[in-house]
Design a protein around this ligand. Structure first.
Ligand code: MN3
Length: 284
């Protein structure tokens, strides 16, 4: 039993749905909002359209985690302190070599990802100050955008680490099970999926991500680009596989050769974990 196999607690799931309903930020948060509100249980109207009054004062424990991810498996939030926290990598810095070098992994996790965690906690604290009239309400849009940017960065990276595994030891190979069938159905073949995945990731302008996501109504797989951490997401789509194509993810080893990094990434994909995210995505 590995930590991905923990089942999602029903009450935690409900709490996340309620928290999602109070927020509208982040890469896959929008997906959660769209999916979270059954028609029979509309959320109560807020008296203030900008600052939902039901926003928890300490910040939402699991508000930005997509609906097909069990919060406990990512270890992104500390209930005791009420703070988002940096999860440990599921492998050593050098475990992905030669495809991704140890120094890149160390900087990416310890500096970049850590900065998103700090930025998310800071933004939520500033929104809390605004709610109690201690902060400047004119800045609510700025801090909401900061929640979106840093919150999406935190969750994207927490997922990303788990979507990779050492080559030949859980990483690489090809998709299996229902995910493999869905790739065939949605893209025609695994080879055609890879071709579109490479083109999608290679052509992200500036920093950003490429995501394979499942759209739960049609159960179709979609490939799309996420500019920065969070823009251009498809509402309702749930993450299955993502690749970080910000330069900090590959520049030490690959410099301007992003395509070489994308090719190397194919040797690291943890298809077992991606398959779980897909199975949960279509089971909702
Ligand atoms: Mn990154």
């Amino acid at each position: 039993m590995n930590r991905h196999e923990k089942t999602q607690d029903a009450s935690t799931h409900l709490a996340r749905r309620e928290a999602l309903a109070a927020l509208g930020f982040g890469a896959f948060a929008a997906a959660g909002v769209a999916m979270a509100q059954p028609a029979s249980q509309p959320s109560p109207p807020s008296t203030n359209p900008t600052i939902p009054k039901e926003l928890p004062s300490k910040g939402p424990p699991t508000a930005i985690i997509p609906g097909n991810v069990a919060p406990a498996e990512l270890n992104v939030f500390d209930e005791a302190s009420g703070q988002f926290v940096l999860p440990q990598l599921p492998y050593a810095f050098n475990a992905l070599e030669p495809h991704i070098d140890a120094k890149t992994m160390e900087i990416h996790h310890d500096k970049h990802h850590a900065a998103y965690v700090a930025g998310l906690n800071k933004a939520l604290a500033e929104l809390a100050r605004i709610r109690t009239a201690a902060g400047d309400s004119a800045l609510v849009k700025f801090w909401a955008n900061q929640v979106s940017f840093h919150g999406a960065g935190h969750i994207n990276h927490s997922l990303f680490w788990n979507m990779m595994a050492p080559a030949g030891k859980g990483g690489g190979g090809s998709p299996r099970g229902k995910l493999a069938e869905a790739i065939q159905r949605s893209f025609g073949s695994y080879e055609q999926f890879v071709a579109q995945f490479k083109a999608t990731a290679a052509s992200v302008e500036g920093g950003g991500w490429a995501w394979l996501a499942v759209e739960p109504w049609s159960k179709q797989l979609l490939l799309f680009q996420g500019e920065k951490q969070q823009d251009l997401m498809v509402t309702g789509a749930l993450p299955v596989l993502g690749i970080d194509v910000w330069e900090h993810a590959y520049y030490l080893k690959y410099q301007n050769k992003r395509a070489d990094y994308i090719n190397a990434f194919l040797n690291l994909i943890n298809w077992e974990y991606c398959g779980k995210l897909f199975d949960r995505g279509i089971a909702r």
